[in-house]
Design a protein around this ligand. Structure first.
Ligand SMILES: Cc1cc2nc3c(=O)[nH]c(=O)nc-3n(C[C@H](O)[C@H](O)[C@H](O)COP(=O)(O)OP(=O)(O)OC[C@H]3O[C@@H](n4cnc5c(N)ncnc54)[C@H](O)[C@@H]3O)c2cc1C
Length: 400
C-alpha cells in the first residue's frame, strides 16, 4: 500500500512515522518548503513548547469542542513524551505543565524527527508543492507543477494560515475543499492585540508580571496572572494570546492590569511614603519596584511632572498613581493578522471527519490532521500536542 502525506510539518512528520510502524507500507512525505519542520523550528521563541501535560484535560476550541478528545486519549502527552524519548529527545516539564526539549532548542525536535524519517519505507520530497489533488476510482492523484504521483491513501497535513512567513498557507484548505469539504471562518489566534492607548509604543519591549483582567462591555471575561509584554502597537503574552481568538469581535474590550498583584495598595502607599525622605524626584518614584520605563510612564499618565520632588507630591497625586499601578486600563482594538499569529482559529469542518480514525466521511481513504482542521488549542504546547496526536492517529489508521 502507498500513502501520500502532504505537509512536512509537525503533524505530517508524526503521521509518516506512525504509518511506517506497519510493514509493507510505502510512504511519501511531500513538503513545499526547502526543509521539513520550518515552522516547528521557530516555535516557543526557538525553544519549542512541544506539549503540555494538562492537554488531555481540555484547552481546545472549534465548532465541535470534543473532536480532539479521541486522538488525545490515544496519544496523550505522557505517551507523546515517551515516544519522543524513543526518538532520542529528552524533555523537561515545567511546573506549569509546559514541556520543552532538554536542549532548549526547537531544532532538536526537528532533528530527531528528521533522523527517524530516514527510514527505508519513507521517501521525503522537499521543494515539492502540491497544487492539485483528486481521486480517480481508488487512487489519489497528487499533482505539482510538473509531475503527478499516485497513492492508495492520502493524508493532508498542510497546517493553517497562521505564521505566513514560516509557511502558513491556504493550500490545505483549498486541497480539502476540492474534495467537497467545507471550511469555517478563519481568524488569527495566539497573537498580540492592538490598543488605542498612544503611550504603548514608549513601553515597547517592557515585560511585567501582572494580574490581567480582560473586560468585554464592562464585564470580566477572563483573568489571569502572568507575563504581559508591551509591543509597538499593543500587548502580548499568554493572557493576551488566550483572549485573542475572541477579542474585538464586537463590543468594547479592555485590559485592566495590576502591575503589583501581590502588593496591596496600602503596602505600596507605605513604600512610596518612605521615598519622600530620599531626596528623589517623581521619575524615580517606582525605581526598584517596577521596570524603570514602566514606572516613568505611569507617573506621566498620572499627570505628575517627572522633575517634581517626591516630598512635594500631594496625597491625592500618590493615590492617583497607585490606582494606575493597581488597575491600569487600556482599550483593546484588534488582534494583529495571520502573519503575526501563532495559530489559526477555524479550519476544515470536523463533523466531516471521523475523530476515531481522522478519515474523511466524504472521501474514503482521505485523512486530515493538525491545524488544517477546525481545532485550535490554548497557549502552552496544546497546538503541537494536537499535531502529534492527530498526526499519529491519522498515520496509524491510514496504514491499516
Ligand atoms: C511563531 C510560532 C510559534 C509557535 N509556538 C508554538 C509552541 O511553542 N507550542 C505549540 O504548541 N504551538 C506553537 N505554535 C503553533 C504550532 O507551530 C502549529 O500549531 C503546528 O506547527 C501545526 O502543525 P501542522 O503540522 O498542522 O502544520 P505546520 O507545522 O504548519 O506544517 C504544515 C506543513 O505543510 C506544508 N505545506 C502546506 N501546503 C503544502 C502543499 N500544498 N504542498 C506541500 N507542502 C505543503 C507547509 O510548508 C508546512 O511545512 C507556534 C506557531 C508559530 C507560527
Amino acid at each position: 500500500m502507498t500513502i501520500g502525506i502532504i505537509g512536512g510539518g509537525a503533524a505530517g512528520m508524526a503521521a509518516a512515522l506512525a504509518a511506517a510502524e506497519q510493514e509493507n507500507i510505502q510512504i511519501v512525505l511531500m513538503e513545499r518548503q526547502a526543509r521539513l519542520g520550518r515552522k516547528l523550528s521557530a516555535t516557543g521563541n526557538g525553544r519549542c513548547n512541544l506539549s503540555n501535560i494538562h492537554a488531555s484535560k481540555g484547552g481546545y476550541h472549534g465548532d465541535d469542542p470534543h473532536f480532539h478528545e479521541y486522538a488525545l486519549s490515544q496519544y496523550p502527552p505522557e505517551e507523546t513524551l515517551q515516544w519522543f524519548s524513543g526518538l532520542g529527545l529528552y524533555t523537561v516539564t515545567e511546573a506549569s505543565g509546559k514541556v520543552y526539549p532538554y536542549s532548549d532548542q526547537a531544532n532538536s525536535v526537528v532533528d530527531v524527527l528528521r533522523f527517524s524519517l530516514d527510514h527505508p519505507n519513507i521517501r521525503v520530497l522537499t521543494d515539492f508543492e502540491v497544487m492539485k489533488v483528486k481521486k480517480d476510482r481508488d487512487r489519489f492523484l497528487v499533482t505539482t507543477k510538473d509531475r503527478t504521483l499516485e497513492f492508495d491513501k492520502l493524508i493532508i497535513a498542510c497546517g493553517g494560515l497562521a505564521g505566513t512567513k514560516l509557511g502558513g498557507t491556504m493550500s490545505g484548505y483549498k486541497l480539502l475543499r476540492s474534495f467537497g469539504h467545507k471550511c469555517t471562518r478563519l481568524r488569527p489566534t495566539l497573537v498580540q492585540v492592538k490598543t488605542s492607548w498612544p503611550g504603548v509604543s514608549a513601553l515597547k519591549g517592557v515585560r511585567a508580571n501582572c494580574r490581567a483582567g480582560i473586560y468585554h462591555n464592562g464585564a470580566l471575561h477572563r483573568e489571569s496572572v502572568g507575563e504581559i509584554q508591551f509591543t509597538e502597537f499593543g500587548l502580548s503574552g499568554p493572557v493576551i494570546y488566550e483572549i485573542s481568538r475572541d477579542a474585538c469581535q464586537g463590543g468594547e474590550w479592555e485590559c485592566r492590569l495590576d502591575f503589583l498583584p501581590d502588593l496591596p495598595a496600602q503596602s505600596l502607599s507605605d513604600a512610596l511614603m518612605m521615598k519622600r525622605n530620599l531626596g528623589l524626584t517623581a521619575e524615580d518614584l517606582f525605581t526598584g519596584i517596577l521596570h524603570n520605563r514602566l514606572g516613568r510612564v505611569l507617573v506621566k499618565e498620572a499627570g505628575i511632572k517627572a522633575n517634581t520632588p517626591i516630598f512635594q507630591l500631594y496625597d491625592d497625586q500618590l493615590e492617583d498613581v497607585i490606582s494606575l499601578v493597581k488597575g491600569f486600563t487600556v482599550t483593546l482594538t484588534e488582534p494583529l493578522g495571520m502573519d503575526a499569529a501563532q495559530v489559526t482559529a477555524g479550519g476544515i469542518v470536523t463533523s466531516e471527519f471521523d475523530p476515531i480514525t481522522m478519515e474523511s466521511k466524504l472521501v474514503p481513504g482521505l485523512y486530515a490532521c493538525g491545524e488544517v482542521l477546525d481545532v485550535d488549542g490554548d497557549c502552552g504546547g496544546y497546538n503541537l500536542q494536537w499535531a502529534w496526536s492527530s498526526g499519529r492517529l491519522a498515520g496509524a489508521c491510514a496504514s491499516r
